[in-house]
Ligand binder design. Structure first.
Ligand SMILES: [Mg+2]
Length: 199
């Protein structure tokens, strides 16, 4: 890693940590995009995006261009919308930084963030978001990209496993992960259909 990259990443990480500890819930978010009104989206697919260990391999660069290109491959192939499930969503700085990196890598801006249920699993935060938005946005399918094994802590493990890619945190998103994510977002793995078959 070049010195300038090292300094840049260290400053970014330090700012993120500072942002987390100085986070004020009452402070309005800098990126505050209203969700599309009901009826404007149909057959919506969602990618719930974790960043660290997915597009930022733990052994590599933050928002590594190769991993960002693989995320773009998923989005381009499926038309999915991005919702942030990463801890970067917790601060203005984090949301802005992720938004900036999406734009820099020719990706669409995220449309929302998942709620923060302190102490409960990320899979439950994702399921809650889906429950609250599936009608408004006509959500038909989703995939969660995360280096945490979300299915293992989901209320319905079988269901969640059909909608999750668990990345290797050290290497981040791989070509195989991207191919699998695209397959999971296909209509034969429809979210509502798989929900009904898992009950
Ligand atoms: Mg992670």
């Amino acid at each position: 890693m070049q010195l300038v990259d090292f300094i840049s990443e260290t400053v970014t990480k330090a700012a993120l940590i500072f942002g987390i500890f100085s986070y004020d819930c009452k402070r309005p978010s800098i990126i505050k995009m209203p969700l599309p009104p009901q009826g404007t989206l149909s057959h919506t697919k969602i990618v719930f995006l974790d960043c660290d260990g997915v597009v930022s391999p733990l052994s590599g660069k933050l928002f590594d261009p190769t991993r960002m290109a693989l995320l773009k491959k998923i989005i381009d192939a499926t038309g999915a919308k991005i919702v942030l499930s990463t801890s970067w969503r917790a601060t203005d700085f984090g949301r802005n930084e992720v938004g900036k990196q999406l734009v820099l890598n020719s990706l669409p801006m995220f449309i929302d963030i998942t709620p923060d249920f302190h102490g409960r699993s990320r899979s439950q935060e994702i399921l809650d978001w889906l429950q609250r938005h599936e009608e408004q946005l006509d959500v038909v399918n989703f995939v969660a990209l995360d280096d945490i094994n979300l299915p293992s802590v989901a209320p319905d493990r079988v269901f969640f496993a059909r909608h999750a890619i668990v990345t290797n945190g050290s290497s981040g998103l791989t070509e195989d992960d991207a191919t699998k994510a695209i397959r999971l977002l296909q209509d034969d793995n429809n979210y509502r259909a798989s929900l009904s078959t898992s009950q």
